[in-house]
Design a binder for this molecule. Structure first.
Ligand SMILES: [Zn+2]
Length: 386
């Protein structure tokens, strides 16, 4: 039984596979356990996200996390930053930070649960990886044209696919919908990114973190996680968080620039397909967190993203998908505008590696289906239909 709390009204409940508060429809989040923990116990733990078990709702699960945090001296020199670090989430088994989130959602699921998700690409790979690792079946929905073998392509953009996912989650409540019904637990996986960063820096928080965002949920959870772990850190400092979006899908950056509190949906058109979420569910809460931390939300012009991917490759030998270019582009803008100072400890999150890989094992057709429940049912193996 996992205790959850509504982020809007504070009402407490237990995990029943729901995403929203039954009283006010606010988003639910896990009440972080307060078990005794110390650095020594964590340091002698497994070389994975599960070393932080005392801070997590589950003690173990699929092997993900403990990715490299590397000092980026050459890139730092180019940007005028003397203490720049990069967190390489491409080290995860399926190539992105989503493995942490899926590992957490799977830990909350029964041994026979069908793993299901709606994805722009990286989550699809993570769920297919988890299904392979655990012998579970999976149903993975992606926008048509997303190159993930084993996923079901759906006509329309992410937001259209997401609407189908919400509908399908109601028709198949017994499945483990990792980013729908299991969303509160899923997001908990992102906290381990912050815990790891602090430990790898020698148990201190960075001065400033920069990450590309889609829904906004993971960076929001990371920001809270730096507070969760404050008793372990050698110095009390507040972390500034900054987010980066591709200009072709930058609803949070637009709200930040305009001084709005709410985030108005956009229709995505971006080369950074993994970030193409036009109606980010946690956008407004992330915006408030960024502002209160003293950070910014940057929009990186579409025609600069490939150059920033190249800058990263040439300076550090690190290859990423376009989202990595968005992270570096956001960082570059922060540095050139003087919003980050030369001696600050800055961590940029490269949320995925070069995700040209595909896994895949479902025997369902790859031609895109219409975004309707009927079309989805017809595309499923017979024994999975409702
Ligand atoms: Zn509520």
């Amino acid at each position: 039984v996992i205790p959850l709390r509504c982020r809007a009204c504070g009402d407490e409940t237990v995990d029943a596979g729901v995403q929203y508060c039954e009283r006010c429809f606010g988003p639910l989040e896990v009440i972080v356990p307060r078990r005794p923990f110390d650095r020594t116990a964590i340091e002698s733990g497994p070389r994975s996200m599960w070393r932080y078990a005392p801070l997590l709702p589950f003690g173990s699960g699929l092997h993900a996390g403990w990715t490299r945090l590397v000092r980026a001296e050459r890139l730092g020199e180019r940007l005028g930053l003397r203490q720049l670090w990069l967190k390489l989430e491409g080290d995860n088994p399926s190539g992105s930070f989503k493995d942490r989130l899926v590992a957490m959602a799977v830990a909350a699921s029964g041994p026979d649960a069908v793993l299901a998700c709606v994805s722009t690409g990286n989550l699809a790979r993570a769920v297919l990886w988890a299904a392979d690792e655990t012998g579970r079946r999976s149903v993975v929905l992606v926008p048509a044209g997303t190159d993930v073998r084993g996923a079901i392509g759906v006509q329309g953009d992410y937001d259209a696919v997401n609407r189908l996912g919400v509908e399908a989650a109601m028709a198949h409540e017994d499945w483990a919908w990792v980013n729908v019904g299991r969303r509160a637990l899923y997001v908990e996986g992102a906290a381990t990114l912050a815990y790891e960063t602090a430990e790898q820096l020698g148990w201190r928080a960075p001065d400033h973190v920069v990450a590309p965002i889609a829904s906004g949920a993971s960076l929001l959870r990371m920001w809270r996680a730096f507070s969760d772990i404050a008793p372990l850190l050698s110095s009390e400092r507040s972390v500034r968080i900054s987010a980066a979006q591709p200009a072709g899908c930058a609803p949070v950056a637009a709200a930040f620039a305009a001084g709005h509190d709410d985030v108005r949906p956009v229709r995505p058109s971006t080369v950074a397909t993994s970030l193409a979420m036009g109606n980010p569910p946690d956008g407004a809460d992330l915006l408030a967190a960024v502002r209160s931390s003293g950070g910014v939300v940057e929009a990186v012009p579409e025609d600069e993203i490939a150059d920033d991917v190249s800058l990263l490759r040439e300076s550090e030998g690190i290859v990423t998908e376009p989202a990595g270019g968005v992270a570096i582009g956001g960082l570059r803008r922060l540095a050139t505008s003087g919003r980050v100072e030369a001696d600050e400890v800055v961590v940029a999150y490269l949320t995925a590696g070069d995700t040209g890989m595909s896994t895949g094992r479902l025997g369902v057709p790859n031609e895109p289906i219409e975004p309707t429940l009927e079309a989805l049912e017809a595309a499923l193996p017979e024994d999975l239909r409702s």
